[in-house]
Design a protein around this ligand. Structure first.
Ligand code: HAM
Length: 423
């Protein structure tokens, strides 16, 4: 047996038929919900100037320091494949003058991302995110509406989740908290694992996220960011929680949740699925009121989230909830004899022109074989053309569920099918 010369790069996957049907369904539910809630789609290039990400996601963050696919182009520019979408959307928001539109500006996106992570179940080097960003409103209502949009999406898909939420304060409050946390952790220096020692210098807040069992009790006793919030952030956060209560969205306050991106300034959250083990975050986001200004715009409050499509599909596969297959079932055209076959191919094109999914195949098959094939394709109807039908300018319309057949004038078949399929 011959062996293929190439394999896909580690941490990537192919979507082969029929798997994209589930993708279409999941992305469709996301898109419908976004459109219903007044969002418009934005799309940005797969790669950006590297500095955009270093500046926004944070030089010391793992995403930037370890996981970016960075390369020089032939002109010597440093470019990086997009490791996350928010910074790119902010760049596009500023560059395309969206900042002058009536606020809030509500955008949604569905794009692949790239991170050089250690691949494992639910963790890929190329993965797909769907999410929203809202610009120009500091109102707690926006936070609650966006979180509710995400929750509605999971709910509609029948995915069980737990919503984890925390809040970071303004820059001064974050600095004060960071200093307190470093003091506390330094007091435990002898017990800290090597990785944590390094993070202590570069990104101490991330230590709270550590999954290392040796850190469990140290973290449990650590100061909590919520106790260091400035007044405005504390007020904002309780307003968001009250709105979530009003919307009937359950949440868990999680003082350890800090997330891996440096741009957050207020409430932040993650949705955790029930099946994913260590990679259980099926979505996350938060408020980032300083990023637009940091990237050269006017001070503009902002809030958003992204969810991981592969992880959602994995949840769905494990939850065994039946997934509607958003795929058209075609009308199958059956023909007997060469002349009839030629006519069937013409009819197929007419039906496709009219937006009716139809299939007419080449291989010579007898009537029974062709009808068996129609059943296999789950065709709701098959159309049969033989010598007699050719002469009479008719078509036999066979209802594949009931088995009933009737003669329909050839000129009326497309409209008759449209009428029946619309019922
Ligand atoms: P993030 O938490 O880094 O946030 O990613 C969002 C989601 O993408 C995660 O919850 C997870 O489901 C999925 N994800 C992340 N890395 C991988 C991976 N290697 N393989 C598969 N799935 C993955 C952001 O990216 C922010 N842009 C969210 C945001 C939007 N904040 C404000 N606006």
């Amino acid at each position: 047996m011959s062996k293929p010369l190439f394999q896909r790069p580690r941490g990537t996957y192919d979507i082969v038929p029929p798997d994209y049907r589930s993708w279409r369904y999941v992305l469709g539910v996301f898109e419908t919900n976004s459109l219903n809630a007044g969002y418009d789609r934005i799309s940005t290039p797969a790669f950006e100037n590297t500095a955009l990400f270093t500046r926004s996601v944070g030089e010391a963050s793992e995403i930037v320091s370890k996981e970016m696919y960075t390369f020089e182009d032939k002109s010597g520019n440093s470019l990086s494949l997009r490791p996350e979408g928010t910074a790119a959307v902010v760049r596009a928001y500023l560059e395309n003058g969206l900042a002058s539109r009536p606020k809030p500006v509500k955008l949604y996106k569905m794009e692949p991302m790239w991170r050089y992570e250690r691949p494992q179940a639910g963790r890929y080097r190329q993965f797909y995110q769907a999410g929203v960003e809202v610009f120009g409103s500091a109102e707690p209502l926006i936070d609650a509406q966006v979180i509710s949009l995400a929750a509605r999406f999971y709910r509609q898909l029948g995915i069980e989740y737990s919503l984890q939420i925390n809040c970071l304060g303004n820059a001064a409050a974050r600095r004060k908290y960071r200093a307190k946390l470093v003091d506390y952790l330094q007091a435990h220096t002898t017990k800290l694992p090597e990785l944590v020692q390094a993070q202590l210098k570069s990104n101490p807040l991330r230590i709270l996220d550590s999954k290392d069992p040796a850190m469990e009790s140290i973290i449990a006793g650590a100061p909590q960011v919520i106790d260091y919030l400035d007044k405005a952030s504390a007020k904002h956060f309780s307003a968001v929680l009250e709105l979530l209560d009003n919307f009937g969205i359950a949440y868990e306050l999680n003082p350890r949740l800090v997330r891996g991106l440096d741009y957050y300034t207020g409430p932040l959250f993650e949705f955790w699925g029930s099946h994913q083990g260590m990679q259980n975050a099926i979505g996350g986001g938060g408020r980032y009121d300083e990023l637009v200004e940091e990237l050269g715009g006017r001070p503009t409050p902002a809030f958003g989230f992204d969810l991981g499509v592969e992880r959602i599909l994995a949840e769905l596969a494990k939850s065994k909830s039946a997934m509607p297959q958003a795929h058209p079932t075609p009308i199958y055209l059956v023909s007997i004899g060469e002349d009839a076959k030629a006519q069937a191919f013409v009819l197929e094109q007419e039906l496709l022109d009219g937006g009716i999914a139809s299939i007419c195949e080449l291989p010579a098959r007898n009537l029974a074989d062709q009808l068996a094939r129609a059943s296999k394709l789950k065709s709701p109807y098959s159309l049969i053309i033989g010598k007699k039908e050719l002469l009479d300018q008719t078509v036999i319309l066979k209802d594949m569920t009931s088995g009933t057949q009737e003669m329909v004038p050839r000129a009326k078949i497309a409209s008759e099918l449209s009428r029946r399929l619309a019922q």
